[in-house]
Design a protein around this ligand. Structure first.
Ligand code: CA
Length: 221
């Protein structure tokens, strides 16, 4: 069974602009598993090894090689659940679970997190001593492991407008088949102790749409 992206007025192919960004590598054309191709991030103006979009996330200067975040390795996405509501604006929801290893000198109280998912950014989430950001439509909870430097991040977005920056990863054409698997790049920047630390990762998600109503994507099993 296939589903079509459908807008509020019932048009069945209104999402041509969701086609893969020209800056991204073309689809590998293989279809099926991994049909979304590699989502590696393009553009590194100053050639310092950190893509411009990640420097913008970190608040460093993408044109200055001396100014860049400290690359910390992987942010592992354990879960991803996106619900796009085509019938009602500002009603999209997203829940993401991530794991990473906290940097040296990390202080939870006052740590500032910025998270990139696809081309959607949640910026400047400031934690309290308990690891929670203030109550809002977007919340982040960071739970430190009792042993070692590991931490689990739980990001929740409600009443969002997420389609523009996330749905493009599900549609390399004007329609997408239910069940297709796509890769979504992710990045986390932590500001703590006067330094900026960058983590990157990606997750494979499976897309499912109900015509004119909902589009859902969750991590592929
Ligand atoms: Ca750069």
């Amino acid at each position: 069974m296939t589903a079509t992206f459908t807008d509020l007025t019932g048009n069945t192919s209104p999402f041509a602009f969701f086609g893969r960004s020209p800056a991204l590598p073309p689809d590998n054309g293989g279809g099926g598993s991994g049909g979304g191709g590699s989502p590696s991030l393009p553009g590194d103006t100053d050639g310092d090894g950190v893509a411009d979009i990640l420097e913008m996330l970190a608040g460093t200067n993408p044109a200055l090689a001396d100014d860049k975040p400290v690359q910390q390795g992987a942010a592992i996405m354990d879960a991803f659940a996106l619900t796009l509501n085509f019938a009602k604006p500002n009603s999209d929801a997203l829940k993401v679970a991530l794991r990473l290893s906290l940097p040296n000198g990390y202080v939870q109280d006052g740590a500032v997190y910025s998270i990139l998912l696809g081309e959607h950014t949640e910026s400047s989430l400031v934690l309290n001593a308990k690891g929670a950001s203030p109550k809002a439509n977007t919340t982040l909870k960071v739970t430190k492991s009792t042993v070692g430097t590991g931490a689990k991040l739980a990001l929740a977005v409600k009443k969002g407008s997420l389609a523009t920056n996330l749905q493009k990863f599900f549609a390399n054409k004007t329609t997408a088949k239910t069940g297709e698997v796509f890769k979504i790049p992710s990045a986390v920047v932590i500001q703590t102790g006067g330094a900026k630390f960058l983590y990157v990762g990606e997750i494979e998600v499976q897309y499912k749409a109900t015509q004119g109503k909902l589009g859902k994507a969750k991590n592929a099993l």
